[in-house]
Design a binder for this molecule. Structure first.
Ligand SMILES: C[S@@+](CC[C@H](N)C(=O)[O-])C[C@H]1O[C@@H](n2cnc3c(N)ncnc32)[C@H](O)[C@@H]1O
Length: 302
């Protein structure tokens, strides 16, 4: 029998995982993947019969747009790692759900292990977890159709608590009279969708504006504060905020790693002694013969 503290811990974790996805959010994201879903068995493995995911796919099934919908999990339901759940996983083609944020790493590892196509919701922080980031870097996982910076609203079991503990429009919002939790969440998928990132138009110039692109204290390459400032004439390593990933087009850029993989002290980047948020290190894809020794694009190549 589990120890009382373990039970309590599990109960607390389960409670923190109860964020229920709105039907309209599911419908608006999934509508971009309908051709992939056609004639497929969809599995929602963190869902009860009441889940809006289940309702949405039952609706698609009734219209003949998917082959079948399976579900299990949710509060007091089957663990997604149980044998029964894994058997259902093997029988299905595509997994679509909002899994518990607290188990996101084992959850995604299982999807990769069973080589599944998926469309899931994760906390925005998850993209800098090592396991998730490596998938993004290797172009095996990307952001869904909604910009990475947008947060999502979810129904919660005790919404009135948000009024006491939270802050309106930051941790909760009131929509049609219902209090909903606002969470920095994002759709993550390995299915090509209708809004895959096009190349970012690069309009800024590095040469002549070097002061706008300072070098890090603990790494000898440049900081680019936001993705629209990526210069067209700098071909070395650049640190960009994590929000870059919703515009990451592997034809245009290579993701090299997280900042701490490169810095001389193995820590996050700093400028003028000030720690910055996590940066992703990227480089333009190009023919190296077009690049000078100090990483500038040679004039002939422009
Ligand atoms: C973020 S909520 C989302 C629920 C539902 N998928 C939705 O989007 O409305 C995650 C759900 O997974 C459930 N859950 C927690 N641990 C689980 C596990 N090991 N296996 C399956 N489901 C689990 C939670 O109880 C919770 O209901």
């Amino acid at each position: 029998m589990p120890l009382k503290s373990t039970k309590l811990h599990r109960a607390k974790r389960l409670k923190n995982d109860e964020f229920y996805t709105q039907y309209q959010d599911i419908e608006s994201e999934c509508s971009n993947y309908l051709e992939h879903f056609f004639n497929k068995v969809i599995y929602c493995n963190c869902d009860t019969a009441n889940s809006n995911f289940v309702k949405y796919f039952q609706n698609l099934k009734s219209q003949g747009l998917i082959k079948d919908i399976l579900w299990s999990g949710g509060l007091n339901g089957l663990d997604f790692r149980s044998n029964t759940s894994i058997e259902l996983l093997k029988q299905s083609d595509i997994v679509v759900t909002n899994p518990p944020f607290s188990l996101f790493i084992p959850y995604i590892k299982q999807l990769v292990k069973y080589d599944k196509q998926f469309l899931i919701i994760g906390n925005r922080n998850a993209v800098s977890y090592r396991e998730v980031f490596e998938l993004i870097k290797d172009n095996k996982l990307w952001i869904g159709t909604i910009p990475f910076g947008a947060s999502m609203l979810f129904d919660v079991p005790e919404p009135e608590k948000l009024l006491i503990q939270g802050k309106e429009n930051i941790t909760y919002a009131i929509k049609d009279g219902i209090i909903k939790a606002r969470v920095p969440a994002t759709w993550l998928t390995n299915i090509h969708h209708k809004n895959m990132p096009k190349e970012i138009p690069l309009v800024k110039q590095y040469t002549g504006n070097e002061t706008a692109y300072p070098k890090y204290d603990n790494f000898d390459d440049i900081e680019v504060k936001c993705k629209r400032n990526i210069p067209y004439d700098y071909m070395g390593i650049m640190g960009v905020p994590v929000t870059f990933i919703d515009r990451y087009n592997p034809q245009q850029f290579e993701i090299l790693g997280l900042d701490k993989d490169f810095t001389y002290d193995g820590k996050s980047v700093r400028i003028g002694g000030k720690n910055l948020y996590t940066r992703i290190f990227i480089r333009r894809k190009c023919n190296m013969s077009e690049v000078s020794n100090d990483n500038r694009l040679l004039k002939t190549a422009v």
